[in-house]
Each structure stands twice: as C-alpha cells, then as structure tokens.
Design a protein around this ligand. Structure first.
Ligand SMILES: Cc1cc2nc3c(=O)[nH]c(=O)nc-3n(C[C@H](O)[C@H](O)[C@H](O)COP(=O)(O)OP(=O)(O)OC[C@H]3O[C@@H](n4cnc5c(N)ncnc54)[C@H](O)[C@@H]3O)c2cc1C
Length: 578
C-alpha cells in the first residue's frame, strides 16, 4: 500500500525498514515481500513516479533534468581540478530514485570489475561468475520497438528473459550507426567490434542496451515496486525523509540501530518506526553517508566538530568517493539527418511526442545514443608512467566513447544552426577521489559534495587520450567528408596543454557517484560494511546501494546496482529464513 503521510501508517514496527525507494531499495523491498511472513516498510523522500510522462519517454531523459521537483538538486564544492568550477550534481528524488531519471544506459561492467570486488572483500560471492545469475535474475531482455533483425547485435546467452527489469536494443536507427560499424571493419585495432559488452568482456564498440521495453522506461519503480504494491505485507511511505537512525540499546556491547526517525518537513514532527529484523539503508551514495554521519557513524573528529555523539568511529564513511568525469565533445558535420532539429523545431518535437504517445515508437522510444565504445589504452609510459594500470584488468576499459547523433552538452545550449555529432568521453577507471561530509547536523541541509574530479594527475592524461582516440576514429574513411570540424574550444586545442585546459573547462559529471560506504574485509578500517553489507560496528543495519562498491565498475552503474541489490536480497532472505 502506498501512503503519503506518516500518520496513515498502520503500524510503527516492521520486520524490515528500507530507507530509500531507489534503484536498490525497490529491488530489496520487492524480493523480501515475496515472503508473506515478512513485513516491510519502504520510506522515500520523493514523490510518486506514476503517471509522470517525462519519466517514461526514453529520449526525454536529459530534458527531465530541468524538472527540479524530481531531483535532489545538489551542487559540488568548487572543484580544484576544474579551475574552481562547481557542478550540478543531481540525484533522483522520486519512487525509483535515480533509475527513474537516468539516461537508461544499461552496462554491467566487466568480469575483472567483479573479480576485483571478490578479491578486495575476500568474498567470492562478488565474483563475476557468482554475480552473473543475479544479473540474469534482474533482467527481461525484450525485442526493440521496431522489431528489426537483431542478430549480430547482442549475445543472447548473456541475458535474462524472466526478470522484472525490461532491457532492449535501440528501436530507431540513427544515421551515424553504420559509420561507426564501418570503422570497426576498416580500423578494427582502433575500434574493435564487441557483440555484447554485457557478457563479461566490455572492450570494443557495441550496440546500446537500455532499461526500456516496448518504448517506455523501465525503472526499479515500474519493474520491481509497482507490480507488488498490492502485497499486504508491503507498505511504502512517500514524501518522507529519514533524518537518522537511532540506537535501541546494545547486544553484547555492540550498539543496535533498529529505530528510524523520519519527518515530512524540516520543521515538522519527527516520527519513529522500528525494524524487528533489519534497517536497510538504500539512500544512494550521497544520502547514505549523510545519514550514517547524522546517526553518529563516521569519523569521530568530524562528528564531534558538529556535536554529533559518535556511536561508531568509522573513518571511511563518505570517503573514497569516485565518479566518472564527462567531456561532451561535439563535431560540426555535413548532414541533414542529425537529431539537432528536434530541439529547434517544436512542430517536429510535437510530432515525435504524438507518435510516441500513440504507438510508443519512433525517435522518442530510444535513449540518447545507439552505440557505445569501451576501450583500453596501450601501456604507454607517457600516460601511465609511475602510476600503473588503474583498471580492474584486461576486460575493463580505460576510456568510454558515447556516440550521439546530435549536439550533446551539459554546459552550453545547442547552436541555433548546423548539424552536429557528439562523442562524450569518460575516464572509466578514475584514480581521483572525493568525499561526502556534513555541512551541519541538520538533516535537511545538503551535505558537502566534493567530486574530486581530475585531482589525480593520471585522470587528465587518460581523458586527453580519450579525446585523441575519438578524433582518430572520426578521421577514419567512413567519416571522410562527413565530419567537418570540432566545435568550440576543442577546435583550438592542439597541444597537450591546450587539450588539458579544454578538459578542465569542460568536465561535468556522468552522475555515477559511487563507493562512499565501501565494503571490505574486517582488517580494512576504512571499510564501512562487511562483504555481506552489514554496517560494521553495529547490529541491525545493512547498506544496499551503490555506496558499497569499493571501486566504480567500468560501466554506467545501474546494472551493477540491480545485480548487487538482487544478491543483497538473497543474503537477507537466507539470514532470516525460518
Ligand atoms: C541524471 C542521471 C543520469 C544517469 N544516467 C545513467 C545511465 O544512463 N545509466 C546508468 O547505468 N546509470 C546512470 N545514472 C546513475 C544510476 O542511475 C545510479 O548510479 C543508480 O541508480 C544509483 O542507485 P542507488 O540505489 O544507489 O541510489 P538511487 O537510485 O539514487 O536511490 C536512492 C533513493 O533514496 C532516496 N533517499 C535519499 N535520502 C533519503 C532519505 N534521507 N530519506 C528517504 N529517502 C531518501 C532518494 O530519493 C532515492 O529515491 C544516472 C544518474 C543520474 C542522476
């Protein structure tokens, strides 16, 4: 049952209280509620996703960033690596969390990413082979909306067909798709073709897979939560912000935190609910460390500076922040069939919207890109010298190229005329680290977010190589006469120092913030949770969201979040099986 006010809740004690109905939280709530013996409450700060068309239209995802009511509208601190610029740093604040607002890119990461999680935690349950069944369990791979022949575009054995989350291939051809495919044929060492980047080895150019089905976004809200809202053992409270976890005493000298405090407004009354078994913290990699710190779990020195009594001295909370830096590079092209007109021509945009409404087909049924490339750089000492390889291994990339048939930018509006393509570049295995700290002890004050972008010298070198690789690809025969010139400052960035200046002025976030409550071994004092995601130093709390990974996967995150939440639900069910 969905409740909008805490006074409507039928009870104040549940077996499980899930904080955050986001990507991971809804997976856990949905799976736990399969057992009618368990009672579950999910608490979400945002509102209902149902009926919000702008969240349903795949092509609309970037535009939805303009609707502030769907987001935590965070801003970073001035970024030292970005000439002091601050960045918009939104997170989803609605049922489904960031899975309701993201750009639908569905990439799992590599075999080496997951094997590294297993190695650093000492728990083979995180290895690729152990996680693969959970990846399949989450997924229902469906035909693209245009029902084109998809042979040669994916590996059927790498996908699930009975899970809740709909995934699919592009359903509307883009004019640049065949050009990149042609480059994989003429210049395969520069741009190899990869049948399916979600099959363990990510390297090469692959067809995009998206979290959509039948032309509509699939999120943890639409796939996992809404279909089970009728279950009598599942309650969901929206528009309610958890303000902290509270102690309920101790067991054998270890504090127990099975009490959750929440409020619907900053000055409103605080309500308490209790978990008989576990509190599952799924507030995401910004809000989970914030809530832990507000609850007295964090670095003792920092907490006492804000007069927050320390329950557990856990210096890793909010540390180890990793994110993917994005540079949206654009090229002026000789074409009349890019997607630029959609943002310039209201009649065309309206026609596409009406087509989508009527049949869920056409350009609006696809996300912003049809192809994506994950590439490794040669072991050039001039790039890696002294630092070593930051990637998890040979199946993980150093750089990403996201290929778009229009002018993509998060810094400037599209030019009024001309046709463009974009290759957004990413340092996939970043070495820079940032942090989440509290600005005050008030839970309604935003936390301090330092994304740490380009603070490690390796990352800017790799980003420069990513842009050079994009330029090399756009110089191959299939782009002759088509690509005319780089746009803007990129056109004048010839020397290394000019290119690095362009990068520092251009980086924004890919919105992949991660790793701020990482899992690790009992010897690792900076690990916040153990490898079964139990909060270290207390009883009664697990963290289940993207905070817990010790490293970013070499991928867009959501597929890893679904898989880790499926595994977490399995661990919790096993722990409490009668
Ligand atoms: C604009 C954008 C684009 C992205 N594009 C992609 C993409 O194309 N592909 C991809 O793989 N990934 C993408 N990502 C990243 C991906 O969506 C996230 O990494 C992932 O969804 C995180 O899942 P999570 O469960 O950790 O957190 P979230 O899904 O963010 O869930 C956290 C939930 O907790 C709620 N919450 C937070 N604090 C509280 C509180 N105190 N009380 C109650 N509720 C609370 C939030 O409102 C939210 O619903 C994108 C993200 C954004 C923001």
């Amino acid at each position: 049952v969905l409740y909008t006010d805490s006074s409507q809740l039928p009870k104040s004690e549940y077996d499980f209280v899930v904080v955050g109905a986001g990507t991971a939280g809804n997976v856990v709530a949905s799976r736990l509620s399969e057992n009618p013996a368990f009672s579950i409450l999910v608490i979400e700060a945002g509102g209902d996703n149902a009926g919000i068309e702008e969240l349903e239209i795949p092509f609309n995802a970037p535009a939805a960033l303009g609707n502030a009511s769907l987001f935590w509208n965070y801003t970073t601190t001035p970024q030292i690596g970005l000439n002091g610029r601050t960045l918009a740093y939104q997170r989803g604040r609605v049922l489904g969390g960031s899975s309701s607002v993201n750009f639908l890119v569905f990439t799992r990461g590599s075999r080496d990413d997951f094997d590294r999680y297993a190695n650093v935690t000492g728990d083979d349950g995180w290895s690729w082979n152990s996680m693969f069944p959970f990846m399949l369990k989450a997924e229902n791979f469906v035909a693209p909306v245009d029902h084109h022949n998809t042979s040669g575009q994916f590996n059927a054995s790498a996908h699930g067909y009975r899970g809740p989350l709909l995934t699919t291939l592009p359903g509307f051809p883009s004019a640049i798709d065949p050009r990149f495919i042609a480059t994989t044929e003429t210049n395969s060492s520069l741009l190899p073709f990869n049948l399916d980047a979600n099959a363990g080895d990510t390297i090469g150019l692959s067809w995009m897979q998206s979290t959509a089905g039948h032309g509509v976004r699939s999120s943890s809200a639409t796939a996992y939560l809404q279909p089970v809202l009728h279950r009598p053992n599942l309650d969901v409270l929206i528009n309610a912000q958890v303000t902290r976890l509270l102690s309920t005493g101790d067991e054998n000298g270890i504090p127990v935190l099975r009490k959750v405090e929440l409020s619907q407004t900053s000055s409103g009354p605080r309500t308490i609910v209790r978990a008989k078994k576990e509190v599952i913290l799924s507030a995401g990699p910004v809000n989970t460390p914030q809530l832990l710190l507000l609850s007295g779990i964090g670095d003792r020195g920092n907490l006492s500076a804000l007069s927050i009594p320390t329950i557990v001295h856990s210096p890793g909370v909010g540390r180890n922040l990793q994110d993917h830096p994005l540079v949206a590079n654009q090229w002026f092209v000789n074409a009349n069939n890019t997607l630029d007109d959609i943002s310039r021509n209201a009649t065309l945009a309206n026609e596409l919207l009406e087509q989508w409404r009527a049949t869920k087909t056409g350009q609006y049924a696809d996300g912003p890109a049809n192809q994506i490339a994950w590439l490794r750089l040669p072991p050039d000492p001039a790039v890696f010298g002294g630092f070593g390889d930051p990637s998890a291994g040979p199946t993980s990339s150093h750089i990403e190229l996201l290929l778009g048939n229009s002018f993509a930018s998060f810094l400037e509006p599209p030019p009024p005329n001309g046709s463009y393509i974009s290759v957004s570049t990413n340092v996939v295995s970043p070495s820079s680290r940032g942090s989440i700290t509290l600005s005050s002890a008030d839970p309604f004050d935003f936390p301090v977010i330092d994304a740490g972008f380009l603070t490690h010298p390796l990352d800017i070198k790799i980003m420069a190589q990513a842009i050079r690789t994009a330029m090399a690809i756009l110089s191959t025969p299939s782009f002759q006469g088509f690509v005319l010139a780089p746009h803007g400052a990129l056109a004048n960035a010839t020397t290394t120092s000019e290119l690095e200046a362009y990068i520092r002025n251009s980086v924004t976030t890919f919105w992949h913030v991660c790793c701020t409550a990482k899992m690790g071994t009992s010897e690792d004092a900076t690990a916040v949770v153990d490898s079964e995601l139990n909060l270290k130093g207390v009883h009664g709390v697990r963290v289940v969201d993207f905070s817990v990974l010790p490293f970013l996967p070499a991928a867009h995150p959501q597929a890893a979040v679904y898989a880790l939440a499926e595994r977490a639900a399995h661990l919790i069910q096993s722990r409490w099986a009668a």
